[in-house]
Design a protein around this ligand. Structure first.
Ligand SMILES: *[C@@H]1O[C@H](CO)[C@@H](O)[C@H](O)[C@H]1NC(C)=O
Ligand SMILES: *[C@@H]1O[C@H](CO)[C@@H](O)[C@H](O)[C@H]1NC(C)=O
Length: 153
């Protein structure tokens, strides 16, 4: 009895921390992603992100290539418009929690990007495409996910 409860817990835990995100063209894997805004972890997309708060995007992945630097690239698709968003992090290496750059192929990376959800944003659902390239402009990781802007109260 106890053992079966433990097995259930162990198999449930990894799934509860990651959400389903969409794969990008040109990459064969999706990172393990969660998005936490205003203390609330996303359970399933569209992920709530709160106005005036930071939406913390946890992105865990295994890099298939070597990189010395990482450049985040954020694109938003909202109301039919494709809008590039200037990243607030110039070197993605600064968002890596578990190791430091340079990173060799096959290393597991725990990375966080803090997406600023300004209070003037419209309260709509939108798609965000998040990718990072290395110094040779090779794609290191990429995914897309739907977010829903909400007010805190
Ligand atoms: C990423 O890895 C860290 C450290 O292992 C873990 O705490 C976190 O839950 C993971 N996040 C996701 C979305 O997999
Ligand atoms: C950023 O990502 C978008 C969407 O995937 C892509 O169209 C664009 O070319 C990328 N920009 C750069 C500078 O890589």
């Amino acid at each position: 009895m106890k053992a079966s409860i433990l097995v259930t817990l162990l198999t449930l835990v990894p799934f509860s921390t990651q959400i389903l995100v969409n794969k990008c063209e040109g990459v064969d894997s999706v990172p393990s992603v969660n998005i936490i805004s205003n203390g609330l972890a996303c359970e399933a997309p569209p992920c709530p992100v709160f106005l005036g708060a930071v939406a913390e995007m946890q992105v865990n992945f295994s890099s298939s290539i070597y990189f010395e630097s990482l450049k985040p690239n954020i694109t938003v698709i909202a109301l039919g418009a494709v809008v590039p968003v200037p990243p607030n992090q110039q070197d993605g290496c600064e968002g890596i929690l578990n190791t430091v750059c340079p990173v060799v192929a096959g290393e597991t990376i725990d990375y966080i990007y803090k997406l600023q959800v300004y209070s003037f944003f419209p309260k709509i659902e939108f798609t965000v495409i998040f990718s990072m390239v290395n110094e040779l402009k090779e794609l290191v990781t990429c995914f897309s996910v739907d977010l829903l802007v909400k007010s805190k109260n």
